[in-house]
Design a protein around this ligand. Structure first.
Ligand SMILES: Nc1ncnc2c1ncn2[C@@H]1O[C@H](COP(=O)(O)OP(=O)(O)OP(=O)(O)O)[C@@H](O)[C@H]1O
Length: 453
């Protein structure tokens, strides 16, 4: 194994991989020079996404493995790296899992029924997302069109941290990028809901309501025979495998109507699920080994990844740089809401003995002002009262309960960033990835803050 923290371009060097081996490497999110990898000959893949011979692949802020079924030669030039060859991998069992899902898809096509509804569970950094990518890429390579559903808000793989979403995958996902913006190229645009927090254990009722709504959308998509027979692959939050998360996990399995649950490397959760569902259950619970290559990402690394994700949302990625659009918006032109808190008085101001009631699914008004500075706000599809709907009819004025319901059920169109607030002028500057005025819809505030530096 070699490890270096030098942030300088390194001499290109070759790695020869035998069939069944993988080359594992890590690049820090802060690395100035991007790690560069070229497949010189043979065949190789990163989480099921095939590399093309002679193409330069560049990475930053990633911990990855290049796996080969038949052997290959890689050329590497990293500036900040950890690199070594893994001789033992669970890829054969992942391939068997994929083949079992393929049989279910074939059966679905023959009988005009729905394909597998797969949920992947495991502890933090057990390899859930990596397995989801492998299964999706293998299915897409066979011209299936599965739905990828991400109910883990920690990274928000289809959009920003704090989101959950679903999208149809019609082509393998690029190995250079995380899920995210480029996915819109790989499949159709994702349907994204904003939870506003990176753990489902925060505001659990809101989380459960959003997941139910997301699944309704997924079920609708699966009505098309094309997607229906390909099924869905669901990546779940690690909190489901933590103490206190089991009930939320079983609820999610029920809501998603999962018929296959892959548990990665966690015996106890596996046997708890087997016991919970029993032998007669239509839910097959299967255990897969955790890869020895999966890397633990500490809080600091995860935080950096989240911030990198926000930056890429507004400024684009290595392959597709963008410039965000800036505009000044008057306080009176926007309506910001957040769940549960907002204009509540501090706890110390409550009458003696009174407890703060957290309304997990109630949205409250946020007065625009300094509180919004550096916030990343979701742009909801929920129209403001009076704004014309698709047929031109003005939207009605909601009661507070109706408003919360509408906001709960609405997915989000995208995000804006508040870069400056001028309280005395009652104006603020917002950045958005697309040009044009803000739509006449609600803005949702969560816990996501970012500094554009
Ligand atoms: N075989 C491997 N070799 C090297 N790195 C790997 C390998 N498999 C996964 N990784 C990396 O390990 C990290 C954790 O993997 P992954 O994101 O799949 O886990 P997870 O269980 O989904 O994590 P969490 O739910 O905690 O966010 C990721 O950076 C991933 O790219």
């Amino acid at each position: 194994m070699q490890a270096s923290q030098a942030d300088t371009e390194a001499e290109p060097r070759d790695w020869h991989l035998e069939p069944g081996q993988e080359f594992r490497f890590e690049v820090d999110p802060g690395a100035k020079n991007k790690a560069c990898l070229v497949l010189k000959n043979g065949r190789a893949e990163i989480f099921g996404s095939e590399l093309a011979v002679g193409v330069e692949y560049r990475f930053t802020g990633r911990k990855l493995a290049v796996f080969t079924w038949h052997g290959c030669v890689l050329q590497i030039s990293f500036s900040f790296y950890i690199e070594y060859i893994g001789f033992e991998t669970p890829m054969q069992s992942f391939l068997s899992a994929h083949m079992a899902l393929e049989q279910m898809r074939d059966h679905a096509v023959r009988t005009a029924t729905q394909g597998p509804r797969v949920l992947i569970v495991g502890q933090a950094d057990s390899g859930k997302t990596s397995l989801a990518k492998i299964l999706i890429n293998y299915a897409a390579k066979l011209s299936r069109r599965p739905l990828f559903v991400d109910i883990d808000p920690s990274q928000g793989s289809m959009s920003l941290p704090g989101t959950v979403g679903a999208m149809v995958i019609s082509r393998p996902i690029s190995c250079e990028e995380e899920f995210g913006a480029p996915l819109t190229v790989m499949g159709t645009a994702p349907i994204v809901f904003y939870h506003g927090h990176t753990s489902p254990l925060e505001k659990p009722k809101l989380y459960d309501s959003i997941i139910k709504k997301l699944i309704q959308v997924v079920d609708k998509k699966l009505e098309s025979p094309d997607h229906g027979s390909s099924g869905i692959i669901v990546d779940t939050p690690s909190q489901f495998a933590e103490p206190g998360g089991f009930e939320q996990l079983t609820e999610a399995i029920k809501a998603i109507k999962a018929n296959v649950v892959f548990v990665i490397g966690y015996e106890r959760l596996y046997s708890d699920l087997l016991r919970h569902f029993g032998a007669q259950s239509p839910v097959s619970v299967l255990k897969l080994n955790k890869s020895g290559g999966v890397v633990t990402r500490d809080k600091d690394f995860r935080r950096k990844l989240q911030m990198q994700r926000v930056k890429e949302y507004f400024y684009g990625s290595m392959r597709s740089e963008m410039t965000p659009f800036s505009q000044t918006v008057s306080f009176s032109d926007i309506a910001v809401r957040r769940v549960g808190e907002g204009l509540l008085a501090p706890s110390s101001a409550l009458p003696l003995g009174a407890e703060r009631k957290e309304h997990d699914t109630k949205f409250v008004k946020v007065e625009p002002g300094d509180i919004l500075l550096h916030s990343v706000l979701a742009v909801s599809h929920a129209l403001l009262p009076g704004a014309p709907d698709a047929s031109g009819t003005p939207t009605k004025i909601y009661t507070p309960d109706e408003e919360s319901q509408v906001l709960l059920e609405s997915n989000v169109a995208g995000f804006i960033y508040i870069s400056e607030v001028e309280d005395y002028k009652r104006k603020m500057t917002v950045l958005s990835p697309t040009p044009g005025r803000l739509p006449k819809t609600f803005l949702i505030m969560g816990a996501l803050k970012w500094m554009d530096m």
